[in-house]
Design a protein around this ligand. Structure first.
Ligand SMILES: [Zn+2]
Ligand SMILES: [Zn+2]
Length: 200
């Protein structure tokens, strides 16, 4: 039973792990490790069922670096994250259309990807640049409904600017995510910015 196993691990058998990092995000538990500054968790499959916190930052790196504090492995693309990071299935090239980004989300774009080294990278807002480009006009004219003059309102984001400090350059195969509010987490530090419910 994994709940008991996790609790047992916390209580002793994995004493090298800071208990703060050894929490489980299971809905059934009143998780004592959840705090206002933790917005979700990711799972290390290398060193056995450890969950690590996702802590949001208003920066280019919305969840800093996903590196296991116990075994030092970086997050791997087949390791899960809690609902805070919802897979964003697009592997499209820039610019990528998304629902309108308003207010603070224009800067703190609520989409990110993860480098091979585990560093999270926020997508860039390309809306102003793209709407002024000749490519945009061409694309707009070829859309259904273009003749009515009513075009869907969208923002545009991109990942191709990323050159990571580890030397890696962005690849479309890196997993992409949108940032959401997981009701299991209190997310109460006032800094956390996410895509509101109801928007895709
Ligand atoms: Zn690990
Ligand atoms: Zn990197």
């Amino acid at each position: 039973m994994s709940i008991l196993k996790d609790l047992f691990a916390i209580s002793g058998s994995k004493s090298t792990v800071d208990p703060q990092y050894a929490s489980t995000p299971l809905a059934e538990l009143d998780n004592p490790f959840r705090s206002a500054n933790v917005h979700g968790h990711w799972h290390c499959h290398n060193c056995g069922d450890l969950w690590h916190p996702l802590k949001y930052n208003r920066s280019l790196h919305p969840f800093s670096k996903l590196k296991c504090t116990a075994c030092n492995w970086s997050w791997q693309p087949d390791w899960e994250m809690t609902k805070t990071a919802r897979p964003f299935k697009s592997t499209a090239k820039d610019p990528i259309p998304v629902p309108i980004l308003d207010n603070e989300l224009k800067e703190q774009v609520p989409y990110f990807t993860v480098c091979e080294c585990g560093l999270t990278w926020r997508a860039k807002n390309l809306t102003s640049w793209w709407k002024k480009s000749s490519g945009f006009k061409k694309a707009a004219m070829s859309r259904p409904g273009a003749d009515t003059g009513v075009l869907p309102k969208q923002s545009y984001i991109g990942f191709e600017y990323i050159k990571c400090e580890c030397g890696a350059v962005h690849e479309a195969s890196w997993k992409r995510f949108s940032i959401r509010k997981d009701p299991l987490y209190t997310a109460g530090n006032g800094e956390y910015l996410y895509i509101p419910d109801g928007s895709e």
